[in-house]
Every structure is written in C-alpha cells, then in structure tokens.
Ligand binder design. Structure first.
Ligand code: DGJ
Length: 696
C-alpha cells in the first residue's frame, strides 16, 4: 500500500482523515467515520483512470479551484479582473494536531493563498471546516465562487439525501430524494436562510434505511447554497458556501476573506443518531446559557394582533399567570403608528394611546403578576410612512433610480451600514435599559429585493450580503454582552433565519407561524432532525388555529408544544374555567420534566405519517425517560371492533432495568419497552399523552 501524507482529526467518537492526493496538488478525504475507520484501504480510493476528464474531476477532493478541476464543479472560482479564470496552486505546507489542521495552497501567478481550515468541536462529533483566501499579489482578485468546503461520501448503491424544505408556514418539512447521478441543489438568495430550505443536508448510502449518516450545516444567516453531486466514481460530493448577492466578491491586495464555517457531523446510527449529534452540538453552542431555564411564555400575537392596549394585555397576562406561565411577551403592535402592518416600523416608542399610564407602569403591572416581561421588535424593518424613513430614506435598501418594492408593506434597512447598526444598537439599548425587559423577540418579515446602497458607487464592488450578516451578528453579540440577562428569541416570519450563527447568539427560535396542531407536528418533526429541543419555541394556540382546521384536543396541543420550549399563544380570555384548569395541569407537568426535555437525549419515535408518533427524552443520568406521544387521528374502530393499542417502540434503554410509570404505577422492563413498546389506546377524545418513566 502506498503511503501518503495523512492527518486525522478526532472528535468524541469519530475520525476524519485527510491526505495529500497521489494525483496532484490537493487534499482529499481518506476516511470519515467511527474511531479507527482510517485503518485499512480507503473506501474513497478509486481506479485513478480517467477518460475525457482529469483526475482532479474524479478525486474525492476536499477543496479544488476551477483551473485544477475544470469539469465536475469547483469550490473556488477566482481570477484577476481582465484575465482568465482559474487557479493552479501548489501545496504550501500543513500545520495542526488531532483537533485542528491548516493546509495551505498557493498560486503565485494569480497571487492567491488558500488555507483549508479544520477544527473539531469539543464534546461533540462535529468538525468545522472553512477556508481562508488571501490576495498575495499586487492586483485585486475577483471571487465568483467561494465555498466553505466540499465533503465526500462514498456510496455503493446511490445516495439518499434528506433535507428540510417548505415555505412560509410550512417550514422544515423532512424531504428525501434518492440520487444516483446528477446534481441536487438547495439554497437561498433572500438575504437569510429563508423558508424554502434549511442550510442543512444529510447523506446516506442507499444500502439500508438507517445507514450511517453524514450531515452538513452552514453557519451563515445570509445567501447560501448546498449542492450534492453524484459523481462517476461512486461518491457524492457535497459543496456548501455563501453566495454573494452581487455574484462576486473582490479581494484587495493583502486582504483575507474567511468563509463561513461548515459544520460536518457523522453518526453510525442513521438519521436518528445524526439528529442527536446536532442536538449535542447546539447544546454546546448555547454554552452557559443552556442552564438558563426556558420559561413558559405567553405571547399575545394570536390573541390581539396589532390591536394592543394595556388593559387587554393585562387581562391576558393575569390569565396567563393564573395557568402557570412565567413570562409575558407583547408582540407586534405596541409602538406608535402600528395599527396594522402598513406603519410604525422604525419608530420604536411605545404608543401613548395604548399605554396611557406609561409603558414603564404597564411593564411593572405585568411583573407584579409574577411574570417576566418580553417585547417584540423588528430592528431591520422600516415603514415608508415612519419618522425614521422620513429622516433617513438612504438607510433602506434601494437601487439608484429604481423603485423600492414593498413586501408586507415595509422596507428593509441596510444593516451593513455602520450608521444603521448604531441606530439599532441605540434603540435596543434604550428599550432594554429604559424598561424592565427580560426577553426580546427579534423578528424579520421581508427579504431584500432591490438590494442596493444609494449613492455608494458601483454595486458590484459591494458585498452587501456579508455586510448585512456582520451587522446582524454584531448587534446580537452586543445584546449578549451588554444585556446578558435578556433571553433572545430569533424569528423571521416564522423559521426564515435559523442556522448556527443565529442559534449561537439566541436562546430559542420560532420555527414557524403555523401553530395548527397537525401542521405543527410536521414542522417540529423536521426541525428536530436538525435542531435541539431547547431551542424550539412552540405555542399552544386556539383550535382549530389559523391554518389547519383538523381538530385535535387541548392535550394534543400541549403535548406537541412541550416537545420543545412550551408557550401559550391562545386568547385565554375566551377559555372556560375547565380549559384553564386543564392548561394549568399541563404546564405544571411540563415544568416537572422540562429539564429532561431540554438537557436530555431526544429520539424521534415514528413520524407524523404514522398513527402514533412521539419524542423520547432520556435524562442525562438515565433515571428518567419522558415520552411525548401523539395520536395523529387514524382511528381503528377499537374498542368497538377487535383491535390492539398502538405502540411506540422506545430506544436506548437498558433491557434489564425496570421502568415505572408513576402516574399509572405500571412497571415495564426495558426489554418490553424496546421490543413491544409503550401502549397507547387512542380514542376520539384522547389523542395525546405525556408518560414519565422512572428507572427503578
Ligand atoms: C411574524 C412572526 O413570526 C409572528 O410570530 C409575529 O411576531 C408577527 N411576525 C408579527 O408581525
């Protein structure tokens, strides 16, 4: 066996081995899988014979530029303006250890140094990859494609791709596609990850349904793309990166551009195991803030819409406190000029007509009920009739001499501008220091359309997408450091901006505006493949909800919302005493188990297409297992006809241990729960249960 220069990075349970190619000046994947997988002939080895393509086109390359890889898709396309495109580099050296690696490649003719960067994430099975591009010559460079990394997965029978697709109110629909040859692509040019696709992809060999799973997720709250190409040699090559709004980025002599990080994850246990790798990673992203109790929220948006006033909000707050909510959030509609979605954005002052005794007094009154106080804001938005827009029309995105289109009757501020950042920082500081606020919901309800910066010169010289991203992250970072006690919820018209840069700087995110029970179940099922329960905000709202008339019980709505961070968004004023009492019971039960839901290991049981599905949460010490079980409505006719209860097979338990349901005193062995599962006898009026098992 020929030996090549190789480097192995080790995560908690996996190894990722990169080698210098025997075929040319590039790095390629040698092995990626459980510890030890690198010993033996590489599964990515291939015949090294090519016809009509180059070896670089067939290699499992980690990152290759156009030039060296002319046909099958390059990760980097660079040129000197006015010259041919293409990079032909030489290997310039490696530095690193088991946890980080930097591989340098240089092209002295073009004047480009490219460093492929790797770093393992402590306590997880995730590896970060990104690329640093430095202009080393005396002329600027034009970068037409600047991916973060490419990831190779050897497949024998074709690839199964799992991705999260949808649209507004239908985000995170788990979707699968079998790829034998050709190219698959997802992405967004909406200045945010968008509702159509999450920047997340899982790849498995088609051999079995639960084949080992490889996953990638791009940390970038702007434009992005992920492609997967089934290549001739029996491998799938995934490429991911940001997409400059103007189509290209220019790099001045001496400057370095660092691409966003691509998180790469592996699990031998299929999509189920992969989801837990991502959950653990997001617990790592939360850092110390993971320990912060995610309080039971009440949000008044669905109850009162834009029609906000102190009296009615206090009535809702009182009802919320009575059923056990811990936090009251006033959503859109609290500020001047906001009687509907046509006005007010940008003028972030409480409406004196709505709060006649002053906003501070209102906040105090809410707090006197024993509730924390939260406020909604959409910092990047501006209404055309606002005072802010009259004063600073140049702050909104617009292309010189072109009309600016309204989406949801509003414009978008250019958060890449330092003056806009200062305005947003000052506004948030003023609100957060002026009032006793514990929670901030940051919303964004439109993408940039005519994305230009008036008077800023040639548009193709601006990197507006990256500037907006940096402004957004700068403000979030400031919130964390200047107002550390404030819990932050990320939202963009539902789940339009959910990725790891946002998740690292917020405490929870709002996956979708759709709170209708069965629709929500689908959203959450997809969401939990990629994201952890402790970030998943979920509300119980009024039946039948605004989107989906299929009836489900109050229990179903509570158990669904408890699968993440429980909130209530219904108009409690209209609830009967019985409904309020039932709600209080569910909230109390949730408080008792939320530490297991937010800190434990979660497993998705079945899918919303099944008669019964659910989520199993195991406490880190294994002493408690919580099962949220949901009957999706397929009635069997039992008990009027012969039938057996539906069962949910649990996973990961100790077969020899006894698990007791203290509510019913039923005892099960782990073997029973793993083999036969937990029984659920659904009826028309009984479609959800929360089971808490204590290991004896
Ligand atoms: C969209 C959000 O997703 C909703 O929860 C709500 O905050 C509205 N915007 C308010 O305009």
């Amino acid at each position: 066996m020929t030996s090549y220069q190789r480097w192995t990075l080790r995560t908690e349970h996996t190894g990722y081995t990169v080698r210098l190619s025997p075929d040319g000046p590039w790095a390629e994947l040698d092995a990626w899988g459980p510890h030890g997988v690198e010993t033996g002939p590489s599964a990515l080895d291939w015949s090294h014979r090519t016809h009509f393509i180059t070896r670089a086109d067939a290699a499992p390359a980690e990152y290759l530029p156009h030039g060296i890889r002319p046909f099958n898709g390059a990760d980097l396309v660079a040129s000197r303006p006015g010259h041919e495109r293409g990079v032909w580099w030489t290997f310039g050296g490696a530095e690193g250890d088991e946890h980080s690696l930097r591989l340098t490649f240089t092209d002295d003719i073009l004047g480009l140094r490219t460093v492929l960067c790797y770093a393992t994430v402590p306590g997880t099975d995730v590896l970060h990859r990104w690329t640093e591009l430095t202009c080393t010559g005396s002329e600027e460079l034009r970068l037409d494609r600047l991916d973060s990394a490419a990831v190779n997965v050897p497949v024998t029978a074709g690839a199964r791709l799992t991705y999260l697709a949808g649209q507004w109110s239908q985000e995170f629909q788990r979707t699968q596609l079998d790829l034998h040859r050709g190219t698959f692509g997802i992405g967004s040019t909406q200045g945010a990850p968008g509702h159509a696709y999450a920047p997340w992809l899982a790849v498995q060999d088609l051999t079995t349904d639960d084949a080992p799973a490889y996953g990638v997720a791009l940390e970038w709250p702007g434009n992005w793309h992920i492609t997967a190409e089934a290549e001739p040699g029996g491998a799938v090559r995934v490429r991911a990166g940001r997409v400059p709004h103007e189509g290209a980025v220019f790099l001045a002599p001496g400057d370095t551009l660092t691409t966003p990080r691509l998180a790469c994850a592996f699990s031998p246990d299929g999509l189920d195991g992969l989801s837990r790798v991502w959950h653990r990673y997001e617990r790592h992203l939360a850092g110390d803030r993971l320990q912060r109790t995610r309080k039971v929220l009440y949000n008044s948006w669905e109850a009162t819409g834009f029609d906000v006033d102190a009296e009615q909000q206090l009535e809702l707050a009182k009802a919320a406190a009575d059923i056990g909510a811990e936090l009251f959030v006033v959503d859109d509609g609290w500020f001047t000029g906001r009687t509907d979605d046509t006005g007010g954005l940008g003028d972030w002052y409480p409406d004196p007509a709505a709060f006649p005794q002053g906003f501070a007094r209102f906040v105090d009154d809410v707090r006197a009920l024993g509730l924390d106080f939260g406020l909604w804001i959409e910092p990047e938005a501006v209404s055309p009739g606002s005072l802010l827009y009259a004063e600073h029309p140049e702050w909104a995105y617009r292309i010189d001499d072109r009309p600016a289109r309204l989406v949801r009757n509003q414009l978008l501020l250019d958060l890449g501008r330092p003056d806009v950042q200062e305005f947003v920082l000052a506004t948030l500081d003023r609100l957060l220091t002026g009032y006793d606020i514990d929670y901030l919901k940051w919303d964004m309800n439109r993408p940039p359309t005519e994305r230009g910066r008036p008077g800023a010169g040639p548009a193709d010289r601006l990197d507006l997408d990256a500037e907006h991203v940096h402004g957004y992250l700068r403000v979030l970072d400031h919130l964390r450091s200047a107002h550390p006690h404030v819990t932050i919820e990320g939202c963009a018209g539902g789940g339009g901006r959910i990725e790891h840069a946002t998740l690292a700087r917020t405490d929870v995110v709002w996956p979708s505006d759709n709170t209708a029970p069965l629709d929500r179940l689908n959203v959450q099922y997809g969401f939990l493949h990629a994201h952890a329960p402790h970030v998943m905000s979920s509300w119980v709202t009024d039946a039948p909800g605004v989107f989906d008339p299929r009836p489900r019980s109050l229990a179903f709505r509570f158990v669904t919302a408890m699968c993440g961070v429980l909130g209530v968004g219904a108009d409690l004023r209209a609830w009967t005493l019985d409904q309020r009492a039932e709600a209080a019971g569910w909230i109390a039960r949730y408080k008792d188990v939320r530490d297991v839901i937010h800190h434990g290991e979660a497993r998705l049981l079945g899918s919303p297409r099944d008669a019964t599905c659910g989520v199993q949460y195991d406490a880190p010490d294994g002493r408690r297992t919580v099962v949220a079980a949901l009957g999706t409505g397929r009635l069997t006719g039992a008990p009027l006809v012969p039938g057996r209860p539906s069962r949910l097979l649990l996973r990961g338990l100790d077969p020899a241990a006894t698990y007791r349901d203290l509510a019913t005193t039923t005892a099960y062995t782990g073997a029973h729960l793993l083999h036969y599962g937990l029984p659920f006898a659904w009826r028309a009026d009984h479609d959800a249960e929360l089971v808490v098992l204590t290991r004896q």
